[in-house]
Design a protein around this ligand. Structure first.
Ligand code: LLP
Length: 447
């Protein structure tokens, strides 16, 4: 007989406001059992305190250590809706959008174009026009086709747009390690070896395109400071070369996102301020060595802002004993609300909220979802108190790339998302109902 607290206590994967009690826990001062009762499960819960603190970790460190200007924009692909947009904007952040949908969500939240950058490797003509109409601060060019497409649209509108160009820096990052590759195999960005061609193509459109700088993104769930230091060094070498050859001093440097978070004990990311201080030191060192004016820095974090703030609450609904394998515990969600285990073999930490503080027998189980697919796994191997029907299971670190990659597979609506903060709770997104799912169906006339 044992209690389960040792499995995550003191670790960095729980939301900052997470508190245990007997047979329950709270986030943002709100009981999870109450949330389950009010909103149903599966349920996404976002802790305002954790999200705000992550925003402040970026902003405060930059304010303190870098005086040449900065902009931190949330990579909206990680988690985004009008309420979350309002929250991050209230912390001074802007948005990195990649679609008309993300752009209009930011606009709907009252975020002005000067706080928005537009990324992505295929922006439609409509999206480019929309971005220009909303005066986004930077359009981030990704490829040669796009240079001409953007130039054509700006010319037709009679406007000039500020652009960055995404350059693949030849650094390839995987979690826990990275390599520098001579050549690049990526669908994103201009190869380093073709930066001059890129410049030549952009400079052909002096009335339409104002070239402000280069952009690089080393990967996602990265723990290596070295990768960012190398990105800075490689880009400054390039910026210096551009200055010498073209006589242009670039005012911006966009270093993308990518910083990792702890999903399990195996993950040990350094705190955000350490990342930012290291990057700022690298930038200052390169600028000084090359006598280059300090650029305005842009960062596009997604996961490191959103992931830890979010948790998913499920209710246990079934159990199956299998000879020679772990028992299966079924919960009322799964790959529809979290595709990451199926897609990336992602691992998560969890606790059985309803058994907290109780001395119960523990066991190893496999937690699976309710979707019709064998790969619908929530936790491949979970050791915790013996679970039965009605128990509440909480998965940590689901705030990034869960809702935004959710599907309606099996015609199961996507869960609601609730914000909790200072004892208050409120919906960010309604649960998708069967009526919502049916609303887009049409019947062709001959049926
Ligand atoms: N900027 C650019 C240009 C990006 O492509 C990305 C992520 C980010 C910023 C934000 O990266 P973050 O700080 O979140 O690592 N679905 C995957 C992650 C895909 C990330 C794609 N690009 C997952 O669930 O792990």
């Amino acid at each position: 007989m044992t209690t389960q607290t040792q499995t995550w206590q003191g670790q960095t994967m729980t939301p900052l406001s997470f508190k245990e009690s007997l047979g329950d826990a709270s986030v943002g001062g709100v009981s999870l059992a109450e949330l389950a009762k009010s909103y149903g499960t599966a349920l996404y819960v976002v802790d305002g305190e954790t999200l705000r603190q992550a925003c402040r970790d970026y902003q405060d460190t930059l304010n303190q250590h870098y005086t040449a200007g900065h902009q931190v924009v949330l990579a909206c692909k990680s988690n985004f809706n009008v309420g979350l947009a309002k929250l991050i904007a209230s912390e001074g952040l802007g948005c990195d959008v990649v679609s008309a949908g993300e752009l209009m969500t930011a606009i709907q939240a009252g975020i002005s174009g000067d706080k928005i950058v537009f990324n992505g490797n295929l922006k439609s003509e409509e999206e480019i026009a929309l971005a220009i109409d909303h005066n986004v601060s930077r359009l981030i060019l990704d490829n040669f086709d796009e240079i001409e497409r953007v130039a054509k649209i700006t010319k037709a509108k009679g406007v000039k747009v500020n652009v960055l160009a995404r350059v693949a820096p030849g650094i390839e990052c995987h979690t826990h390690d990275y390599i520098k590759t001579g050549q690049n195999d990526s669908k994103f960005g201009f190869p380093l070896a073709r930066v001059d061609e890129l410049l030549d193509a952009v400079l052909k459109h002096p009335e339409e395109l104002d070239f402000k700088g280069i952009h690089g993104h080393v990967g996602s769930q990265i723990f290596e400071l070295r990768a960012y230091q190398d990105l800075v060094t490689i880009f400054f070498t390039e910026m210096d070369r551009i200055r010498q050859k073209y006589g242009i001093t670039l005012p911006d440097l966009d270093l993308g996102g990518g910083w990792g978070i702890a999903y399990t004990h195996a993950d040990t990311p350094l705190p955000i301020p350490t990342l930012i201080q290291t990057v700022v030191e690298a930038v200052k060192a390169s600028a000084e060595a090359l006598d280059y004016p300090l650029p305005r820095l842009l960062f596009e974090p997604g996961r490191s802002l959103m992931a830890r703030a979010g948790v998913t609450l499920y209710t246990v609904g079934g159990r199956k004993e299998v000879e020679g394998a772990l028992p299966y515990i079924s919960v009322d969600g799964g790959m529809g609300d979290n595709i990451r285990p199926a897609l990336y073999q992602a691992e998560y930490s969890a606790c059985v909220v309803s058994q907290l503080g109780k001395a119960v027998a523990t066991e190893a189980v496999r937690v699976v979802g309710k979707y019709c697919e064998s790969g619908d796994v929530v936790l491949r191997h979970f050791e915790g108190p013996r679970m039965g029907n009605g128990d509440l299971l909480l998965i940590f670190g689901t705030g990034a790339y869960n809702y935004t990659m959710a599907s309606t597979y099996n015609r199961i609506g996507r869960p609601a998302m609730v914000l909790v903060e200072n004892g208050k709770h409120g919906l960010l997104v309604e649960r998708e109902s069967v009526q919502d799912l049916l609303a887009l169906d049409r019947i062709p006339s001959w049926l």
